[in-house]
Design a binder for this molecule. Structure first.
Ligand code: NDP
Length: 434
C-alpha cells in the first residue's frame, strides 16, 4: 500500500488474495521463504507508451496505452487488452495480478499479463478503430511473441480489434505464428473461443450446484453486462433450462420477467455485436422493460452471474441478493464483487465463485488456441468444448480441494487463491531468484 497508494483496484485484488494466503503460509512455512509474496505482487515489467493516430476529420488524437508483464514463472505472459476510457495503471495491474493466479489454475503453461488503453471504441468508425489498433501495435509489437507475451481481447476488444492488431503484428514481425488469441477462424482462431468465458462460467457454477445436490434446471438467473461474456453465459444457462431474466449495460438493466427466449437472445446478439446498439434502444424497439441507471441485483433470483466489470456488485447488492434467496453467485467478469460483497457471500454460505476460477474458461480456450497454432491443426467444436468443460471441472476440483471448510462446505475464494499460489510458488522457487 505504501508503494502504490494511488492504485485502489490493485490493492483491493492483492488484499483479497493475501487474506487467503497469509494463514496458509503460516501453516506451511516452506512457502514463507524466498520472498514469494513480495515477488508475486511486483510485476516483472510494466510498459507504458503513447499512441498517436489520425481521426476521420484529420485531427491527431493521443491515447495512453500499457502492457503489464506480470509473471512468467509458468509460461509466456498471457492476458487480454482492454479499451475503455477508465483504463489506468491500477486497473491493469489488478487485472494482470488476477490473471497470473487464474492462468496458474487452468492447468496450461501460461504466465500472467494484461494491457490496454484509455481509447474508447464507442462511436468510432471502423477506419478509426483500425488506425488506432495499428498505431498501438507499432510500439507494442517489439514486446510480444508467441513464446514471450500473447495478448487477447477484453472489454472493448473483440474480433474486429484483434484482427487489426494481429494483422499489423504479423506484418511488423514477419511472423505468422499467430501471436494474438481470439483470432478469427479464417486466420488461426479456435472454435469456441467466443463462447468460452460465458460457457465456462456456467460450467463452473454447474459444478458448484452439483456438489450441493442442485442444478440450473428451472432456476432463475440474473446476468449483468451484455457483451461477449454475458451473451454466452445466458446462452449456456438457457441451454441448461434456467430462466435468464436480465442483461445490462452501463445505461441500466433490461428486465425480461418471463425469461429470455432463444429468439430474443439472438436478436440481442445482433443488436450488440453487429449494430453496436445500446440496451435502452433495444428495449424501446422491442417493447421490453428497461430500468435506467439500475443494476440487476435487486431482482429476486436463484443465481447471479456478474459479467460486466469490476466493482459492479457492492455490499448492499450482496445483502439484497442473499435476502432474496440467491444460492449461487459465479463471476464471469473480473472482480465484479467488492471486498464487502465477498464477505457477505462467504458469511451467508452462498456458493460464491471468484472470477479467477469461474471465468478461466476464456483464457483456457486461448491456451488451446495456442496449442492448435503450434500444432498447425484446428480442432472441431465438440473437441474444444469437451476440453473446456474438462478444464472447468478440474479447476473446480482443485478449488474444492484447497478450500474445504471444517463443516465440509467450500470457500472458493481461499480454494482458488491457494491452488493458484501453490503452483506459482513451486515454479518460482524451482527457477531461482532473478
Ligand atoms: P465486452 O466489451 O464484450 O462487454 C462488456 C459489458 O460490460 C458491456 O455490456 C458493457 O456495457 C459493460 N460495462 C463495461 N464497463 C462498464 C462499466 N464501467 N459500468 C457498467 N457496465 C460496464 O467485454 P467482455 O464481455 O469481454 O468482458 C466482461 C468482463 O469479463 C470484464 O470484466 C472482463 O475482464 C471479463 N473477462 C472477459 C473474458 C473474455 O474472454 N472476454 C475472459 C475473462 C474475463 P457498455 O457497453 O455500456 O460499456
Amino acid at each position: 500500500a505504501k508503494r502504490d497508494p494511488h492504485q485502489p483496484e490493485f490493492l483491493q485484488a492483492v488484499r483479497e488474495v493475501m487474506t487467503s494466503l497469509w494463514p496458509f503460509v503460516q501453516n506451511n512455512p516452506q512457502y514463507a521463504k524466498a520472498g514469494l509474496l513480495e515477488r508475486l505482487v511486483e510485476p516483472e515489467r510494466v510498459i507504458q507508451f503513447r499512441v498517436s493516430w489520425v481521426d476521420d476529420s484529420g485531427q491527431v488524437q493521443v491515447n495512453r496505452a500499457f502492457r503489464i508483464q506480470h509473471n512468467s514463472a509458468i509460461g509466456p505472459f498471457k492476458g487480454g487488452m482492454r479499451f475503455h476510457p477508465s483504463v489506468n495503471l491500477s486497473i491493469l495491474k489488478f487485472l494482470a495480478f488476477e490473471q497470473t493466479f487464474k492462468n496458474a489454475l487452468t492447468t496450461l503453461p501460461m504466465g500472467g499479463g494484461k494491457g490496454g488503453s484509455d481509447f474508447d471504441p464507442k462511436g468510432k468508425s471502423d477506419g478509426e478503430v483500425m488506425r488506432f489498433c495499428q498505431a498501438l501495435i507499432f510500439e507494442l509489437y517489439r514486446h510480444l511473441g508467441s513464446d514471450t507475451d500473447v495478448p487477447a481481447g477484453d472489454i472493448g476488444v473483440g474480433a474486429r480489434e484483434i484482427g487489426f492488431m494481429a494483422g499489423m503484428m504479423k506484418k511488423l514481425s514477419n511472423d505468422t505464428s499467430g501471436i494474438f488469441t481470439g483470432k478469427g477462424i479464417a486466420y488461426g482462431g479456435s472454435l469456441m473461443r467466443p463462447e468460452a468465458t460465458g460457457y465456462g462460467t456456467v460450467y463452473f457454477a454447474e459444478e458448484m450446484l452439483r456438489r450441493a445436490g442442485k442444478s440450473f434446471d428451472g432456476l432463475t438467473v440474473s446476468i449483468s453486462g451484455s457483451g461477449n461474456v454475458a451473451q454466452f453465459a445466458a446462452e449456456k444457462a438457457m441451454e441448461l433450462n434456467a430462466k435468464v431474466v436480465t442483461v445490462s449495460d452501463s445505461g441500466g438493466t433490461l428486465y425480461v420477467k418471463e425469461g429470455f427466449t432463444d429468439e430474443l437472445l439472438e436478436e440481442l446478439k445482433e443488436w450488440k455485436n453487429v449494430q453496436r446498439g445500446r440496451l435502452d434502444e433495444f428495449a424501446k424497439v422491442r417493447g421490453l422493460q428497461f430500468e435506467a441507471g439500475k443494476r440487476p441485483w435487486h431482482i429476486p433470483v436463484d443465481i447471479a452471474l456478474p459479467c460486466a466489470t469490476q466493482n459492479e456488485l457492492d455490499g448492499d447488492d450482496a445483502r439484497k441478493l442473499v435476502a432474496n434467496g440467491a444460492i449461487c453467485v459465479a463471476e464471469g467478469a473480473n472482480m465484479p464483487a467488492t471486498l464487502e460483497a465477498v464477505d457477505v457471500f462467504l458469511e451467508a454460505r452462498t456458493l460464491y465463485a471468484p472470477g479467477k476460477a469461474s471465468n478461466a474458461g476464456g483464457v483456457s480456450t486461448s491456451g488451446l488456441e495456442m496449442s492448435q497454432n503450434a500444432l498447425r491443426l484446428s480442432w472441431h467444436h465438440a473437441e474444444v468444448d469437451e476440453r473446456l468443460h474438462g478444464i472447468m471441472k478440474e479447476i473446480h476440483a482443485n478449488c474444492a480441494h484447497h478450500g474445504k471448510r471444517a463443516d465440509g462446505s467450500i470457500n472458493y475464494v481461499d480454494g482458488a487463491n491457494i491452488a493458484g499460489f501453490v503452483k506459482l510458488a513451486d515454479a518460482i522457487v524451482a527457477q531461482g531468484v532473478y
